[in-house]
Design a protein around this ligand. Structure first.
Ligand code: HEM
Length: 191
């Protein structure tokens, strides 16, 4: 990794850098008989991680992040996620790699489409599918057989003070296809 954060062009990822907190989250998760909706709060931290060069050709500007999610009713930790967002300026591609401690990994990506009217607010949209040759999903044998993630879609809208996201993980679990979804709105913290 190389580069100093104040000279690197993180493109549309730049606004993500910092610490965010929000307590208006809603999770919809599968149950053997039906579904469970959970209200949650979370902390999301993005740090600039410099650049990498791949095959002496592709240059990626990289952010590293950590998301910690707790249930509002009893503070129980219900989700933990680490990963990277990457920006390929030459090809205008955004990529999001993530790992969760259920033994599931995703590499989602998309060509970035800039908002023609403003740079103050950015919309990031990425997706992955288990059988997609470009953006895909890896999981343990147990998860593949019992709680398989087959698709992922995520949209983040971010500006100087506010970050909103929606994401859907399509699961094959309990003999049904279930849209496990999450959404929250977070505010930028000063520290
Ligand atoms: C804010 C984000 C997320 C929250 C709050 C969340 C929360 C939850 C909750 C509460 C459950 C039910 C657990 C249980 O029944 O004991 C669950 C299940 C699951 N989640 Fe998530 N999740 C999030 C994101 C993700 C992501 C990004 C993935 C995939 C990479 C994922 C994959 C799964 C899977 C496969 C299950 C089924 C496991 C099971 O119920 O046995 N989740 N999640």
């Amino acid at each position: 990794m190389s580069g100093s954060s104040n000279t690197i062009d993180y493109g549309p990822l730049q606004l993500l850098i910092g610490r965010w907190e929000g307590n208006k989250g809603t999770d919809l998760a599968p149950e053997p008989e039906g579904e469970e909706s959970t209200a949650y709060y979370e902390t999301l931290i993005f740090e600039d991680a410099g650049t990498v060069t791949n095959a002496e050709q592709q240059i990626l500007a990289v952010l590293r992040y950590h998301q910690q999610v707790n249930r509002l009713s009893d503070d129980k930790a219900i989700h933990d996620e680490i990963g990277y967002w990457m920006w390929d300026d030459a090809e205008q591609i955004i990529m999001h790699s993530l790992t969760i401690p259920r033994a599931v990994c995703i590499l989602a990506g998309a060509t970035y489409v800039a908002n023609p009217t403003t740079t103050d607010r950015v919309e990031l949209k990425v997706s992955a599918k288990i059988d997609d040759p470009n953006w895909s999903i890896i999981q343990s044998p147990f998860m593949r057989d019992k709680a398989k993630t087959i698709a992922f879609e995520q949209q983040i809208n971010v500006d100087a003070t506010s970050l909103t996201y929606q994401e859907t993980m399509v699961l094959d679990i309990y003999g049904k296809i279930f849209n496990h979804s999450d959404e929250n709105t977070l505010s930028r913290c000063r520290n």
